[in-house]
Design a binder for this molecule. Sequence first.
Ligand code: GDP
Length: 541
Amino acid sequence: MSALDERTAPVGRNDVVAQAARRRTFAVISHPDAGKSTLTEALALHARVIGQAGAVHGKAGRRGTVSDWMDLERARGISITSAALQFEYGPGEDKAVINLLDTPGHADFSEDTYRVLTAVDAAVMLIDAAKGLEAQTMKLFAVCRHRGIPVLTVVNKWDRPGKDALELMDEISERTGLTPTPLTWPVGIAGDFRGVLDRSDGSYRRFTRTAGGATIAPEETLSAEAALAREGDAWRQAVEEVDLLAATGADHEQSLFLDGVTTPVLFASAVSNFGVGALLDTLVGLAPAPTGLADADGTTRELTDPFSAFVFKVQAGMDTAHRDRLAFIRICSGVFERGMVVTHARTGRPFATKYAQHVFGRERESIDVAYPGDVVGLVNAAALGVGDTLYAGRPVTYPPLTTFAPEHFAVCRGRDTAKHKQFRRGIEQLDSEGVVQVLRSDRRGEQAPVLAVVGPMQFEVATHRMEHQFGAPVELEPLPYGLALRTDEASAPLVSTARGAEVLQRTNGELVAVFGDKWSLRVFKEKHPDLLLESLVAAQL
Ligand code: GDP
């Protein structure tokens, strides 16, 4: 057997199954400012991969975190790009492997978050104890429901004054439709966080503060009697409330959690590392391990089948010194070995995986072998686009990633006509990365494509990168559209005659009709009920 045959042959069943079973691949999601970056860093700190919190590099105005890196991000103090962090967690030899995928919090980048969510098996929803459910929280819960992703909820910032815990539970069940099943319950009201009652055994996990929260919070476990003696009324109240929860059926049941009916809840203070260990234990104990995935035809590619993966994110210029292009893949089946040559399903061409890396923020290291659930960054992956499948052995293509319905549109023109090559290259790049959607028409021509986005900040990123990364400064002329729908060849000629509408084409050939607003669309549809005008998956999910 040649080396290549060995790599494409079915892998050792036990090995890949056992490796997949150890893995927990999830994303932390939240409305901006709920503490996602802080929690991400606290999780990493807990797993002892980076030592002191915030030691990696600084960010204007506050402590830097490992997951924030781009200039624009730092200037604005927000996370735009996603990264993946891998670490081992647990006692003894049999450690779990945690793959933590970071997501941008800002609503304008919700499509990026959505793509990351296609690559995870579970999500951790972070809620600010004082603010409760916010706009982006609601959207993200909806996305998870739509994708069938089980959600663990963490009520964060319990060290600060906030809402009443029972009220927060009511808010979750009323507004998301999920039944919250708290695993821990706070002792002490928000702002007076003393610890949590562990509902699994009724014990008290008492926290002790550390300076600045920069080390793992020491935690002691006390019996119920000791807790009562120590905390008095605060403990009594927690016990009463927990009894109330039990009476209303708010107990964890694994199958209901996996089916997206319930969401286990933990209380935490990410900034002081309170509750972070409990979150990791819960992820290992309850979050699902990777399983076989349905391909575009609905056939399951089993974990033990030969290697397969899909690209959920493409990114250029992460390393300003190298101006490279990185494709992030999520491994779905088989074993990945650096150097193996796999097939790019869309083109049928071979793809060499010589440069495979773990990537988190600016940190990179080579990766030699990876298993289902793992995320691998492939360097110089110019041929790969978002949603593409890679495989070895028996061919497979995973379903395409959903594109959101854009809501803002602008014509993009180069400010320097001598730079048309750079302009074209930049536009192509932004399109395949999914930074913006690029729409074209014969009428507008190659030099004036229409950029379409879900949130206007995507325009900012595109303009910034066209100028600074591709050397092609551009100007954007906003178009008076607010709505995009799928249409087809047969309907296009008539649709393009509609007042205030236009038909444009995506790079993959799909036709998109854009309208000013839903009123003009409704008027047109009433006149022409037979034309194809169907909704793209909306950002309003
Ligand atoms: P992100 O936008 O969701 O990534 O939020 P960040 O992690 O950047 O946190 C936003 C702000 O909340 C920062 O000033 C954090 O220091 C603060 N923060 C995060 N977690 C906690 C917490 O548990 N307690 C308190 N008091 N502040 C927190």
